[in-house]
Ligand binder design. Structure first.
Ligand SMILES: [Zn+2]
Length: 202
C-alpha cells in the first residue's frame, strides 16, 4: 500500500511529503530541517530514490543537498526552474542566508506527462506554471501534489521573480479538469480538494 506522510518543516511551515511503498520512496519538497527528514526516513529504513521539487524556492529546496548526499536520491525539477537551484536571487535565499544559497544542479528533469516511478509509486508530471515558470504538480492516483499553485485558502503568489498571474490561473483551471473529489496536497497548510479549488477560479 502506498503511504503518504506530511512532514511540516522550517520557518514557512512547508509540507514535505514522504511517499513510500514497502522500503522504497520518493520525497517531495524537502524545504528545511534535513536531520528531522533524514531521521524519519532512517526510522523506517526507507530507500529514497528521488527528491522531487515542485518549484525552486528556498522553502521547498533547502534540504535537497543534505538529503541527496545521505540517501543518494536523484534531484528532479522542471527545466524552467532548474536555474533557481543555483541562483540565490531566484530561489529567494538571500534574506535568510546572507550571500544566499547555491544548490547542486539537478540530476534529471520533470517534464509534462513524464512519470517518476519507484516500484508501484507512479507520479505523473503536470506542468502548472505561474507561481514560478517551472512549477509542477504531481499526480498520484486520485491525489495531486500541487506545490504553491493552489492552497486550501486561495491561489499561490505571483509577485515573486518569474511569477505570472495569467499563467497561474490557467494552471489552476488545468488542475480543475480533474474530478471534484481529487485530493490536493499543497506546499503549505492542510489538504484540500478540486471542488474547493474551483472557488478560486476567476
Ligand atoms: Zn514558492
Amino acid at each position: 500500500m502506498i503511504k503518504i506522510e506530511r512532514l511540516v518543516v522550517g520557518w514557512s511551515q512547508t509540507n514535505c511529503y514522504l511517499i513510500s511503498n514497502g522500503r522504497s520512496g520518493i520525497l517531495i519538497d524537502p524545504g528545511d530541517e534535513p536531520e528531522f527528514i533524514l531521521s524519519t526516513i532512517q526510522n523506517q529504513n526507507l530507500d529514497i530514490r528521488f527528491i522531487v521539487n515542485t518549484h525552486g524556492h528556498i522553502d521547498h529546496i533547502g534540504a535537497n543537498d543534505e538529503i541527496a548526499k545521505s540517501t543518494n536520491a536523484r534531484v528532479l525539477i522542471h527545466p524552467d526552474d532548474a536555474k533557481f537551484l543555483t541562483d540565490p536571487d531566484l530561489n529567494l535565499s538571500k534574506p535568510f542566508f546572507g550571500e544566499g544559497r547555491v544548490f547542486k544542479e539537478p540530476d534529471g528533469f520533470l517534464k509534462e506527462d513524464e512519470v517518476v516511478e519507484v516500484g508501484s509509486i507512479k507520479l505523473k508530471v503536470l506542468s502548472t506554471p505561474g507561481h514560478t515558470p517551472g512549477s509542477v504538480s504531481l499526480i498520484l492516483e486520485d491525489k495531486i501534489f500541487c506545490g504553491d499553485t493552489v492552497f486550501s485558502s486561495g491561489v499561490g503568489r505571483t509577485d515573486l521573480p518569474g511569477g505570472d498571474s495569467k499563467r497561474l490561473m490557467y494552471s489552476v483551471k488545468k488542475l480543475c479538469r480533474f474530478s471534484d473529489d481529487t485530493i490536493l496536497y499543497p506546499g503549505h497548510n492542510c489538504q484540500t480538494t478540486i471542488e474547493k479549488a474551483r472557488w478560486f477560479i476567476s
